[in-house]
Design a binder for this molecule. Structure first.
Ligand code: 9J3
Length: 305
């Protein structure tokens, strides 16, 4: 015969079991709602506050223009760099954008890299293509000028409020590419560096911590791949997110006019590392195979989460 104490215990047990059922039902309902909202694009966008623009496709990263309408303005020569052109998305409804400064090479003016201005800005970046103080400036001087251009963009320019000062990158052609390596070395807070047919007397960039995409030209007689881009890439630590893209059949000046392969990978790299936008991982990893446009590709895929 059950003791009163056991009866009480049983009653409390039943009572607790009922409450537990209610609690579990409510929990299941809440988790179901949370799960449904995680599955929606809106919640994913909110998960990464830096994501800009619609889901990318192979067509969207190769297109002459991305989803953002852009405007541009001329910057007169400054104390730290020779002036340039700023290309920026007109839309201010999505928050700030990352920014990229781009330097031309030895004897070149910004015209050599101008095509990248609207091409990258229309994907959701503020871009400044610069002239250097002197067309004969060497890479380390160009590096200081890339950094001065970023400081101008974020501190002084009329588009400064459109820019997230913590999400900046550098690019450049030839000595401007060497400058990109040097700038990454000087300013580890940069989020991306992309030298194009880079040229620098320094081959050891093992101190660089900035995610770096090294773009080389297969038939480069001015900055031969094996003397510049490949040693740059190999010297970067394996713990750094990095890639090496060699453009098949290309000469030193391939990237001085619109190049779809360069655009495809540069856009993906800037999106992935300046915007932390993992929607672009699909274009970077697994390591792309050689094809009609790519003679060699090396990477440290998969990249840091
Ligand atoms: O910026 C470049 O095109 C590098 C050219 C070059 O060979 O410079 C040698 C002094």
């Amino acid at each position: 015969m059950p003791s009163p104490r056991m009866t009480t215990t049983t009653r409390r047990g039943k009572s607790f079991g009922r409450w537990r059922l209610v609690v579990l039902a409510v929990l299941a309902l809440v988790m179901g709602l949370v799960g449904a909202s995680i599955g929606s694009g809106a919640a994913l966008a909110a998960d990464n506050p830096f994501q800009r623009g619609p889901d990318p496709t192979p067509q969207s990263i190769e297109a002459e223009r991305g989803p953002f309408a852009t405007s541009q303005m001329t910057v007169p020569a400054q104390s730290g760099f020779g002036g340039g052109t700023v290309y920026f998305p007109i839309d201010t409804s999505q928050g700030t954008f990352g920014a990229v400064a781009i330097s031309p090479g030895f004897t070149e003016l910004q015209l050599a890299i101008s095509w990248l201005g609207p091409r990258l800005a229309s994907q959701g970046f503020v871009v400044i293509t610069i002239d250097t103080l002197g067309v004969f400036d060497f890479p380390d001087a160009r590096a200081d000028q890339l950094l001065a251009a970023l400081d101008y963009l974020t501190n002084t320019s009329s588009v400064r409020n459109r820019i997230d000062r913590n999400r900046l990158g550098v690019m450049g052609h030839s000595m401007g590419g060497g400058a990109s390596m040097s700038a990454a070395n000087k300013r580890p807070a940069l989020q991306a560096a992309i030298p194009l047919a880079g040229w620098h007397t320094t081959k050891n960039w093992s101190a660089v911590r900035v995610p770096t995409l090294v773009v080389a030209a297969q038939n480069d007689a001015i900055a031969p791949t094996n003397d510049h881009s490949l040693p740059f890439y190999n010297s970067l630590a394996n713990t750094v997110d990095k890639a090496f893209l060699e453009l098949r059949g290309a000469g030193h000046n391939q990237t001085n006019s619109p190049d779809v392969t360069t655009a495809r990978f540069a856009i993906s790299w800037l999106k992935r590392f300046i915007d932390d936008d993992t929607r672009y991982d699909q274009f970077l990893c697994p390591t792309p195979q050689p094809n009609t446009a790519i003679s060699r590709y090396l990477s440290t895929c998969p990249y840091t989460p």
